[in-house]
Design a protein around this ligand. Structure first.
Ligand SMILES: [Zn+2]
Ligand SMILES: [Zn+2]
Length: 462
């Protein structure tokens, strides 16, 4: 790598630093790189029916692909793996992922244009992988989709900790609960730098657990009389498990509405993440059941055009129709930018006398974020005790708040920046602004190819 002494360990975000979405990070040492994640972001232009699928421009690393040892996928969310089918041809490196993330990647590649990596290597959480000079330990960490892994990267004399997306969840319903033992050990052994999720750094306290959400959903669903449809993010496998358990307890049958939710459920079943009581009936059978026996999980909690909840609203769903007295629960939060489409969904259902209970304004916990609030961030910094913290996965305000939490928790040095900045992690912290050319590509449906996005919609200033 030009300009960096051989001993340096560097970090170069190509996406996801200064924005939430399309994560792609590079770690460099001695002329070699590993990439971590390759995600998309959805940009909804005013007036457009569907959002545009956008992803980071990887030309910096594709021009150096003989120096790229591997690409690591930390977890199965779209903002971490969704761009890989579109961009892998540019990299052609081995891709490492956990069994669930690999199943999701195969599923997405089957159902979309794009290429499955010819070398897709499955790694169990807890394993270690040697990738050139990088020794990578896959550390299970709790998040809103299973098998998420933080990474401990040992390279040269340095140890770097990349958190991936995470929260502290002592009752995650699916997968192992939060365990700080290994994080504490690594902190005692010495960590040079932590790269950390900033999504919820503006929120105080701690996020609820999936177990608390399960209790909230059970309480609300028990009180419902007609059909119940629960909208949630399709990658939230724990939420689907929760609904299967509630269905069994309340004498209802669970159905899964929406292709992406059905696909995620199948991926989770394939790798053994769901319990035996997860036995959804075929969606086309839902319409024949008495209303009190129907519980459906549905896609489209953001009011997306054409998703299952939108079809229930417009009475065009082939498998189920809702009547007055039925209930729709939005077990999700409204993502900023989607307020209008969510309001259309809620108002339209209520106009038909369908009860709508949204997590955003319910007293019961009906949704839990997968990202750390301020209390969780401070706890992790105190465990890891890094010399340097670099907040990512957030807009400027989130990253600045995260950096302050790190300093308050005793981290002596913090750096914030933006995509394309080269951060020196070790031995001496520093940053070279605008080191690499970065940008966005958008998938154009008409021409079936990637086109450059001239102006990135989310603006950041380092
Ligand atoms: Zn993410
Ligand atoms: Zn995530």
């Amino acid at each position: 790598m030009s300009g960096a002494p051989r001993s340096d360990v560097t970090f170069l975000p190509l996406g996801g630093c200064g924005e939430i979405g399309m994560n792609c990070n590079l770690f460099g040492h001695d002329g070699q790189w590993i990439a971590v994640d390759c995600g998309i972001t959805l940009e909804q232009a005013p007036g457009a029916l569907r959002p545009s699928v956008q992803m980071p421009d990887l030309s910096f690393i594709s021009a150096r692909r003989e120096q790229l040892r591997a690409l690591i996928i930390t977890h199965a969310h779209e903002d971490h793996l969704g761009a890989l089918p579109y961009l892998w041809e540019q990299l052609r490196c081995p891709v490492y992922a956990t069994p669930f993330a690999a199943a999701v990647l195969r599923h997405k590649t089957r159902n979309r244009r794009g290429t499955l990596p010819s070398s897709l290597i499955e790694v169990e959480p807890g394993e270690r992988t040697a990738l050139g000079p990088f020794d990578v330990e896959w550390l299970p960490i709790t998040h809103s989709t299973p098998e998420t892994c933080a990474l401990s990267i040992t390279v040269g004399d340095s140890r770097i900790f990349h958190t991936a997306d995470w929260k502290i969840d002592n009752d995650p319903v699916v997968g192992p609960a939060w365990c700080s033992r290994r994080f504490r050990e690594l902190g005692e052994a010495g960590i040079d730098a932590v790269i950390c999720d900033s999504t919820n750094a503006l929120r105080g306290g701690y996020s609820p657990t999936e177990g608390q959400v399960a209790a909230g959903l059970a309480k609300v669903i028990q009180s419902c009389e007609g059909r119940v449809v629960v909208g949630c993010f399709s990658s939230n496998v724990a939420r689907m498990q929760t609904l299967a358990t509630i269905a069994a307890k309340t004498g209802r049958y669970l159905g899964v509405l929406g292709r992406s939710a059905a696909g995620m459920a199948r991926c989770a079943q394939q790798v053994g993440l769901l319990s035996r009581d997860f036995q959804p009936i075929h969606a086309e059978h839902l319409g024949y059941l008495p209303p009190t026996e129907v519980l459906a999980v549905a896609t489209g909690s953001q009011g997306e055009w054409g998703a299952a909840l939108h079809r229930l609203l417009t009475q065009t769903h082939p498998d189920l129709s809702l009547d007055a007295g039925d209930t729709v629960i939005l077990s999700s939060k409204t993502i900023p930018g989607n307020e209008a489409s969510v309001a259309r969904l809620v108002d339209g259902l209520r106009a038909r006398d369908i009860r709508v209970i949204a997590a955003d304004d319910s007293d019961e916990p009906l949704h839990a974020s997968g990202h750390p609030c301020q209390g969780e961030l401070a706890d992790l910094y105190r465990l890891l005790k890094p010399a340097l913290a670099i907040p990512v996965h957030g807009e400027q305000a989130h990253m600045a708040a995260n950096a302050k939490i790190a300093r308050d928790a005793g981290v002596s040095s913090t750096l914030t920046g933006r995509n394309g900045d080269l951060f020196y992690l070790s031995p001496t912290p520093g940053v070279r602004r605008r080191f690499a050319n970065v940008g966005r590509l958008a998938w154009c449906e008409e021409s079936e190819r990637l086109i450059g996005v001239t102006q990135a919609p989310s603006t950041v200033d380092a």
